[in-house]
Design a protein around this ligand. Structure first.
Ligand SMILES: [Zn+2]
Length: 299
């Protein structure tokens, strides 16, 4: 089993990790994560920070560590960066950010699930706002809007212009439905729907299949399986991946929290758990390496 994992790590990409420096305590600095990733033979990492854009530190890490592993930057559109801040997106992309994440801790849905329904208690320390309507949504109305707001359309246009990646982050299925339709109209080619397996924004198999059919990649996180998080059984993720089809799947650890293993160790555990829960190595290779490589334009 472990030999399989080592082999699967070669060329693997983790497009969503948390690392220091960060406003919250993190397990490792980005330099330490990148060193571990290079040692394991990984191909790419993307630094996600809920509060700051990360293309600057990604460039510095590349300068220090060379191109053993490609470290890429991103931007997450929470209030710390001004919410729907078109200007911030433009500058982040100009600085080399490759992924534009929709809101996370300030998303209306996250506020609702943390403070109203209590479905995701582990995010409580990170979600300051308590009233869902004060949060961020791509829709003209929360929770039942029927179109995308103009600032988001402008952001999609910028993503398309740079051929960058749109990541739906903490948005729910209805928001993703409208956002992806608008993204296609704006000619955005690279789309990730993030952790439909997580209590933050759970999606049905049918919703996941519809997004995959629409050309998006479904990206599954290991974090929800952890004891202090959703305690999800990895077999549930295997079921989702098989229903969606491995050719539309990605994997990411979402690690970096101080009480979880370091991100690269976590990614190995994720692969081992998926193998143990019945996923075949060929399909895992596709989700861990081939699909993200294509998404990043590396294949
Ligand atoms: Zn995360």
């Amino acid at each position: 089993m472990w030999e399989n994992v080592k082999e699967l790590m070669l060329g693997a990409c983790d497009l969503h990790i948390h690392s220091g420096p960060d406003a919250a305590p993190r397990q490792q600095s980005i330099i330490e994560v990148a060193r571990d990733a290079a040692e394991a033979g990984m191909r790419a990492l993307c630094i996600k920070d809920h509060n700051t854009a990360t293309a600057d530190r990604a460039a510095l890490v590349r300068e220090v560590l060379g191109d053993n592993v490609l470290v890429i930057g991103s931007i997450v559109l929470n209030y710390a960066l001004g919410g729907w801040n078109v200007e911030a997106v433009e500058k982040a992309l100009n600085m080399g950010a490759r992924i534009v994440f929709m809101p996370s801790v300030d998303a209306c849905l996250t506020i609702e699930r943390v403070h109203v329904t209590g479905s995701t208690p582990w995010l409580l320390p990170f979600v300051k706002l308590q009233e869902p309507r004060k949060g961020l949504t791509v829709l003209n109305r929360w929770p039942d809007g029927d179109r995308i707001i103009p600032d988001v359309e402008e952001i999609l246009r910028l993503i398309a212009e740079k051929d960058a990646i749109l990541d739906t982050c903490h948005l729910g299925a209805l928001e993703c439905h409208h956002l992806i339709r608008a993204a296609h109209q704006a000619k955005v080619e690279r789309i990730i729907v993030t952790h439909p397996n997580c209590s933050v924004n759970p999606m049905t198999i049918e919703e996941q299949q519809a997004f995959a059919k629409g050309g998006a990649y479904l990206s599954y996180a290991f974090l929800p399986c952890m004891p202090l998080f959703d305690r999800q059984h990895p077999a549930e993720i295997v079921g989702m991946m098989q229903a969606v089809g491995p050719e539309r799947c990605l994997l990411f650890s979402d690690f970096g929290q101080v009480f979880n293993p370091p991100p690269v160790e976590g990614y190995k555990m994720f692969l081992a758990n998926l193998l143990g829960a019945g996923m075949n190595p060929k399909d895992l290779k596709m989700a861990a390496s081939e699909n993200p490589g294509r998404l990043l334009g590396l294949n």
